[in-house]
Design a protein around this ligand. Structure first.
Ligand code: SAM
Ligand code: SF4
Length: 330
């Protein structure tokens, strides 16, 4: 079958699968503080339904998969899904993004299922600030889970750090030091307008350039790493002293839309061609009514065909997506 190429010539081989919209912490840039609106449980795709979708997507050229959420470790028996996905012919790369709260309990089973690539979300090394950002006092659990996963042999482990101005400035340099010390790449992610409370403003974004300047001043010169995959969203740098590397997901200050290779499957079975997409297409009904593979492939193709050139964060044309980050799948 022909690959998934959109009208701007972008090849799509990267699928992000959300397995739940639930979360056990409440990061202020993602979730409301008290009662998030969760979808009904019966709308969640089963692992068998996700596996079938992955098989069809692999037939259309998808090679890389990331499991995300909500908090994916809240999904019961997740290692069973990992095994299923790794067994799909054509899938070459599988990664998981987690907040790490449940890593200590689950890391071994995930490793045994074949998972090796982890992104652990950690914005700060300061317990009090972690509590303020996530509204939960679980910093110690995340650190414990992270170090345990490292000891088990997960590799690479990357740290996702969301950069919101006025809060995490004191964390930018210590996180980079921590990454250098433990052989983990820090990926600084500019705060994006995907929060459920509508608090995002352009002025609250700590930009990649600002962070680079902070890190170079305190630690030393950085050198841009030419990208093996020019479509990858992070701009990667290595320290000139040879110890460690860092990345920036500069979606706001330097959007990477023209190189985007991603499509998404939400936990309730909608296909999305962009994190910021306003429209999505349903496959849950097709999966549940025993539709032919071809019908599901047609939805994927149609979704990619309808992909826009890029989000327009910061411009007057920008419309925030109707779902917040936890419900789309970050
Ligand atoms: N719960 C997991 C976690 O936190 O890693 C997986 C889902 S979370 C939605 C995926 C990633 O989205 C997080 O690692 C966090 O870095 C990022 N994120 C969430 N809200 C964001 C926002 N408003 N702007 C930028 N990144 C955000
Ligand atoms: Fe939960 Fe991840 Fe959203 Fe934080 S960013 S509230 S950990 S889903």
């Amino acid at each position: 079958m022909s690959p998934l190429i959109d009208t701007y010539g972008r090849l799509h081989d990267n699928l992000r699968i959300s397995v739940t919209d639930r979360c056990n912490i409440r990061c202020f840039y993602c979730m409301p503080e008290d009662t998030p609106t969760y979808g009904p449980r019966e709308e969640l795709l089963t692992f068998e339904e996700v596996e079938r979708f992955v098989r069809i997507a692999a037939g259309l050229g998808v090679r890389k998969i990331r499991i995300t959420g909500g908090e994916p470790l809240l999904r019961k028996d997740l290692p069973r899904l990992i095994e299923k996905i790794l067994a799909v012919p054509g899938i070459e790369d599988l990664a998981l993004t987690t907040n790490g709260v449940l890593l200590r309990q689950q890391a071994q089973d995930l490793y045994n299922a074949g998972l090796r690539r982890l992104n652990v979300h950690l914005d700060t090394l300061d317990r009090e600030r972690f509590h303020r950002i996530t509204r939960r006092d679980v910093f110690d659990r995340v650190m414990d889970g992270l170090m345990y996963a490292k000891d088990l042999g997960f590799d690479p482990i990357k740290i996702n750090a969301v950069a919101a101005k006025g809060i995490v400035e004191p964390d930018i340099v210590p996180l980079a030091q921590f990454g250098r010390q433990h052989g983990m790449e820090i990926r600084y992610i500019e705060f994006m307008p995907l929060d459920s409370q509508g608090i995002w403003e352009r002025d609250k974004v700590l930009t990649a350039d600002t962070m680079i300047a902070m890190i170079e001043k305190e630690i030393g010169a950085l050198e841009a790493i030419p990208d093996a995959d020019p479509r990858a969203p992070a701009t990667e740098y290595r320290f000139q002293d040879g110890i460690g590397r860092i990345g920036f997901i500069a979606s706001v200050s330097k959007p990477f839309c023209l190189n985007c290779n991603r499509l998404r499957l939400t936990a309730d079975g909608k296909v999305r061609n962009c994190l910021f997409a306003v429209e999505e297409m349903d496959v849950r009904n097709l999966l549940r009514t025993n539709a032919e593979d071809q019908a599901i492939a047609n939805v994927i193709r149609a979704n990619i065909k309808a992909k826009w050139m890029g989000h327009q964060i910061g411009s007057t044309q920008f419309i925030p997506p109707p779902r917040p980050m936890y419900s789309i799948g970050g």
